[in-house]
Write a protein of this length. Sequence first.
Lengths: 318, 205
Amino acid sequence: MRTLFILPLFVLAFFWSDFSVAQLMVDMEAPPTNAEMNQHCFDCHGQQVYSFENDFSGMIERKVMNPNYVLDTGAFYQGVHRHFACIDCHSPDYENFPHQSELRLDMMYSCIDCHGGDETYAQYNFDLIEEEFYQSVHSSRHDETFNCWMCHDPHAYKAMTRGDFSIGEIVKAHNQTCVDCHNDPVQFLRITDSIQPDLALVHDFIPNYDLHLKSVRCIECHTSQQDTLWVAHNILEKELAVKKCVECHSSNTMLMASLYKYQNIEARQNGFLNAVILNESYVIGANRNYYFNIISIILFGLAIVGILIHVFFRIKNR
Amino acid sequence: MSERFYLYPIWLRLWHAINAFMFLVLLATGLSMQYSNPDWPLIRFDLAVQFHNIAGIIVSFNYLIFLMGNLATANGAYYKMNWKTLFDDLLKQLNYYLFGVFKKQPTPFPINQSRKFNPLQKFTYVVTMYGMMPVIIITGLALLFPEMIIDKVFQSSGIFLTALLHTVVGFMLSMFLVIHVYFSTMGSTPTSNFKSMVNGFHEPH
């Protein structure tokens, strides 16, 4: 049960203002360009159960769709690839049913196949993402079957940091990407034979682990951050992960260069150092109010001066 | 000098000693966290968090002892305010501290068995113990179990507002502590009140 611990007296609700965020190049308002064409695929792949006419028996059969091939059509049309036709990425041969079994073995496009080396998408830094990926443990510890789609679902991909999403929503979405494998024994087995460690256990040195997981992203501590890259992809060896609390819990918090860089244009407004953090959370040591600091120093100084004057006259009139 | 008399029972002295020590721990660790700096760590952050949490819990339980002690013993009566004469009494005491004490005037509200505090002491102790302490304990417990705090209060983080209140009250209590320690030197001798904290006997002026 949630309990309100806040006194109305301390309502300081004026920190919120519009953020300048990088613009997404996809028109999210217009109707999806290929919705009609895609419907042919979604008639089956948008359902848990599909039906077809068996050419041999002449009967209409109903089958349960393999869960791995069921797509959330709503999520697809809210994602960045919403204007795509299915056959832009998948073989046109899929238009025939039953699908040829060898189609499954087709090499799938990677992000870089479409977005690499193209000035149109320069702002997304796909080439730098690829460079970072190849430096990361995801690449060095695994073979080339570890591709973008291990973490990112092209059918529902949202550019979280370039839309009108809150920090909390960004954290949730990005961390979900990690925990989908790192907190799921079955998914974990897709990439390694080792046993999936208990995330809470390996992070037991962090006080309030659940709150941290809700407030900051795994990549804050587990990647090297670069200013040019919006979302870091160089996942480091676990030994190199940030473990010092003060890296985040100080006025020079590294979060300003990672999680909060999307909105740090607002930083230092209203007298709050790292004010942007306040909208979503509170990071002890990182949020300091300049005016409160000054007032507290003045008050403390006055008290000490008053005491010293009092001591002086007590001694003088002894 | 009048004869000294027993004024501070053992449970109160123990409570006061625990409170004083834990206050210092909370102050040092709280400042260390609030002004944490990787280049100049007062106390290592994770240790500061642990010690702050432990000291906070001890102070909270200690506060319950204070409340129960005041309910069960005569000590609670010392905190009863006379609202009708409060303003005049405060002025009299303030006047004594600012001027009278230097002129060797007698204290306007001498301490005796039925009056443990002068009006200024009583007022600040009531504000501190019945006003600020509950606020800092409740906000502290809320920060210890942040899942209990509502996420948003008027578009601001609930945790932030709770922490802000905790910090502001913590600062006020630190101010109280400094002034309280100084006024403790204003007994019959500069050290007499500190001795009273140990032996329980008050030495009148």
